[in-house]
Every structure is written in structure tokens, then in C-alpha cells.
Write a protein of this length. Structure first.
Length: 238
């Protein structure tokens, strides 16, 4: 298995934390949960070091350098959301393996609002995710893998096999099931990951929300804005 850094870029409420939980179950990959988000909000973030200890990154450039260093010794998986806008050096992006996950915005917008009623249109994330997709495609010289969350929960084995083939990881069928429970990786933002904490695998579960795109004008405006970017991403989806 070749070492390297694999990034899964996601908008919030996309089932990306369930995917990260599956990656934790593998046991053969260093897994990081939203380190760029933590760095932006906290000013520093601790990451695994090649010697088995922990290292602190206090800038985006330092974090990228530490991830690259760790990736020389073992595979690294990073799950990151685009609640903020990030600008990365093209040469750094080209050295990473990029994947994306997207979910129908009708469900995600309602879910996002339920956790954060003050959510802004930009924070919904599809516009930022598509812009990053285009930057990554140009920098890496190939189309990144795009996963539809709906297909992931309907046919997890096929989707995870495709992910493994794209990233160079072996497919481990036993990783598709896990014990329910909160993980230390997402404890800092636990209120966002209640469903993932209760999960034992990929399931097609849809929560019902009182405020939705269909009955709220603000959420409908978010939907209308982001739908074109979702549709562009889905054109490339597996």
C-alpha cells in the first residue's frame, strides 16, 4: 500500500463523518477530522507525527507540511468541510489525492439549519466546494473522485471499493460496520455528529425537520443559489 495524503472535501451534513468513521475502523490509515476547520477556529491543531507522537501546526502551510511528512510514512486520510474558504498553494494541492462527497442540498440545508439556525448562504458550502473542485482538477491534472452520499448509503460496498481503487488503498469489507459511540476525533464539534455517533454502518436514514427548503423563504434562497453548483459537481459523481 503506497503512502500519501488523501483528502475528502465535503460540505457540512453530507455523511462525510460516517465515511470518516469507516476509515477509522480500517486501522491502517492515520485519520484526521477537519484539521483546517480546527486550525481556523482555534489557531492551532494537533496532528499525528511520524514518530507516533503529536505535533502542533499553527498555520495552514505548517499543517500541509506536517500532513505531507506523515504521508511519507503511512497513508493519511483527512476529512474536511468548507465552512470557511481556503486558499491552498497549487503545488501543495497537486501532491495530495483529492476526493469529494456531495448530498442533495434539500436535505442538507434543512439539516444544517437545524444545528445552526444562524447559518449563512456561503456556509452551506456547495459554491465553495465546486470552486475547490475546479482548482484541484487543474492542479492535479485529473478529475477528482466525486461520491454521491445517496449512492454511498444505498450501495456502500461498491462505492467504497471505487474509493479504494481511486486512492490506492486495499478494500477492507470489515470496515463497513462499526460500534456506535462518540469518537474523540469529533468531540470538539460533537453537536454536528450525533447521527454518526449513533451509527453502526452506512444507512439510508433521513431525519425530518420542521424548517425546510419547502416552507422557509430564506432556506429556499440558499437552495436556489447552491443548486447549480451541486448539479455541476454531480455531473462528475460516481
Amino acid at each position: 500500500m503506497s503512502a500519501g495524503v488523501i483528502v475528502m472535501w465535503a460540505h457540512s451534513r453530507s455523511a462525510s463523518t460516517a465515511f470518516l468513521r469507516m476509515m477509522l475502523e480500517r486501522g491502517d490509515v492515520a485519520v484526521l477530522h477537519e484539521p483546517f476547520l480546527a486550525l481556523t477556529e482555534e489557531g492551532e491543531v494537533a496532528v499525528p507525527a511520524p514518530d507516533g507522537g503529536r505535533a502542533t501546526a499553527r498555520s495552514q502551510e505548517e499543517l500541509l507540511a506536517r500532513l505531507t511528512e506523515l504521508g511519507r510514512t503511512r497513508p493519511v486520510f483527512v476529512k474536511e468541510v468548507v465552512d470557511y474558504e481556503y486558499a491552498f498553494p497549487r503545488e501543495r494541492l497537486a501532491a495530495l489525492t483529492h476526493t469529494f462527497i456531495v448530498r442533495d442540498p434539500k436535505q442538507t440545508i434543512s439539516s444544517h439549519y437545524a444545528v445552526k439556525p444562524a447559518v449563512t448562504c456561503a456556509e452551506i458550502g456547495y459554491e465553495r466546494l465546486y470552486a475547490l473542485f475546479e482548482v484541484v482538477r487543474s492542479a492535479a491534472g485529473r478529475v477528482p473522485l466525486v461520491i454521491r452520499a445517496e449512492r454511498l448509503v444505498d450501495d456502500p460496498e461498491t462505492v467504497v471499493r471505487a474509493f479504494c481503487a481511486y486512492t490506492g488503498l486495499p478494500f477492507l469489507p470489515e470496515s463497513l460496520a462499526w460500534e456506535a459511540g462518540e469518537r474523540p476525533e469529533w468531540r470538539r464539534t460533537r453537536e454536528w455528529h450525533v447521527d454518526a455517533s449513533h451509527s453502526t454502518g452506512f444507512t439510508n436514514h433521513r431525519n425530518a425537520y420542521p424548517v425546510t427548503v419547502d416552507n422557509d423563504t430564506t432556506l429556499k434562497s440558499f437552495y436556489d443559489h447552491h443548486l447549480p453548483f451541486y448539479e455541476r459537481l454531480v455531473q462528475h459523481a460516481f
